[in-house]
Design a binder for this molecule. Structure first.
Ligand SMILES: [Zn+2]
Length: 427
């Protein structure tokens, strides 16, 4: 087992032979440049409020470590044009995976979350961790080969999984749709790569992706809602993911809604949003309508394929199938009902709707939006925007890369490896 797996599992101090570099000053400088791309020394002094000699020392440390470069000249504001410092996103690579209920996305990213190689394929999370993560390992190697990146250039691994995760240990906790994954040591599974591994719930990871590169850029308080097989939300407060006391914040699929009928959810309770409005619920109701002869289009699709999906319902609704229109409208109304509670409670300025079902058409989004505006308090919706994700299936991998980079450069972690050059060098 690598040093990093030990460290991350046991929380012990690491690599006694590496010099410990103080985080004070280093992290603010890095944070500013990671967020803004480049800046002059004067701009950094203003942004970080560090004293001149401390700032110069920290910049020197970061230049020596290879995390910063100084190869551009800015615009003069009077005297000599300033040299600009920039964050070197190409200093290392991140391997990331976004595991959904029925798909796997794997990518190689730079240290800013820029995607350099990306593979997506259908998969079954229920096949268990050995099968799924074994395939992720193969795809990791394919991504590295595609870009021609040596394994030693990898600095960290970020993984999103479709269930609750105890972030501190990286282990899934009683995930309802992930048989065999409860308590599984995902981090240790990648120990051979010798780099730190971070694992989080996939919806949190997608919300981070939206914050970094999607509709959430520059927005401090927003909610990302994924409508896939199930329904979940990632909550961004003050520009950071809010995980809650035990990491289950945003589990909105099991909020009780008024649907006018009783359906038992996979969690065992009755009346959960997901049991009416998730992708699996839409597919179930569509198949029932097809079998009962209520929709000729769905019947034809079912006869051809042998099963139906939420995407089929969206397609049929676009062709004017009344049953499909009704199913999607009802799903939108119930999702809107849940979000009304969130809006009144949390007062976000933005709600981003993503996931496979959300991408299927405008009707769902329009109904969600209409329900929220009709039912929320006027002050809560005054500046509220409801948008569909523009990142689609890249939100997860971009977010997983952002998560890994944020943790690598966090005050609690950076000092442990900065003196050694790279986090990978120790393995
Ligand atoms: Zn439930």
């Amino acid at each position: 087992m690598s040093i990093w797996a030990d460290v991350l599992t046991l929380g012990t101090e690491v690599a006694a032979h590496a010099p410990i570099i103080p985080a004070d000053g280093v992290v603010p400088v890095l944070d500013h440049l990671r967020a803004n791309g480049e800046a002059s020394r004067a701009e950094l002094a203003e942004a970080t409020r560090l004293g001149r000699s401390v700032l110069m020392q920290r910049i020197e440390t970061l230049l020596k470590s290879g995390l910063l470069a100084e190869d551009r000249v800015g615009v003069s504001t009077g005297g000599r044009a300033p040299r600009l410092l920039r964050f070197r996103a190409d200093a290392g690579h991140l391997l990331v995976a976004d595991l959904g209920a029925t798909s796997t996305d794997v990518a190689l990213a730079d240290l800013s979350g820029g995607i350099l190689a990306h593979h997506q394929e259908p998969s079954e999370i229920a096949a268990g961790p050995e099968a799924v993560l074994g395939r992720v390992e193969e795809l990791f190697d394919e991504c590295l080969a595609e870009v021609g990146a040596p394994p030693a250039s990898v600095w960290a691994i970020g993984i999103g999984v479709p269930g609750p995760v105890e972030f501190a240990s990286g282990r899934p906790v009683s995930p309802p749709i992930m048989p065999g994954w409860d308590g599984y040591a995902v981090r240790e599974r990648f120990a051979d790569r010798g780099v730190p591994v971070w694992v989080d719930n996939d919806v949190n990871v997608m919300a981070l992706g939206e914050l970094t590169a999607g509709s959430g850029r520059g927005v401090d308080d927003f909610v990302y809602v994924k409508i896939g097989t199930g329904i979940g939300a990632g909550i961004v407060v003050d520009g950071r993911i809010h995980r809650g006391a035990k990491g289950s914040a945003g589990d909105v699929g099991h909020i009780h809604v008024q649907a006018g009928r009783e359906v038992t959810c996979r969690c065992g309770m009755s009346g959960c949003l997901e049991a009416f409005a998730g992708g699996a619920a839409l597919a179930r109701d569509a198949e029932a309508a097809a079998r009962e002869g209520r929709s000729p289009i769905l019947r034809a699709l079912l006869d051809t394929k042998g099963f139906l999906t939420a995407e089929d319902v969206a397609t049929a609704s676009k062709h004017g199938d009344p049953v499909s229109v009704e199913l999607i409208t009802e799903a939108g109304r119930l999702i809107g009902q849940m979000l009304t509670g969130i809006v009144n409670f949390f007062n976000p300025s933005l709600i981003v709707i993503g996931g496979g079902v959300a991408g299927a058409g405008d009707l769902l989004l329009a109904t969600v939006r209409q329900t929220i505006y009709r039912r929320s308090l006027p002050l809560a919706t005054r500046d509220l925007t409801v948008l569909r994700s523009v990142l689609d299936d890249r939100a997860g991998v971009i977010g997983a890369a952002t998560m890994a980079a944020n943790e690598l450069f966090a005050p609690a972690f950076l000092p442990r490896w900065l003196g050694a050059g790279t986090p990978a060098g120790h393995a």
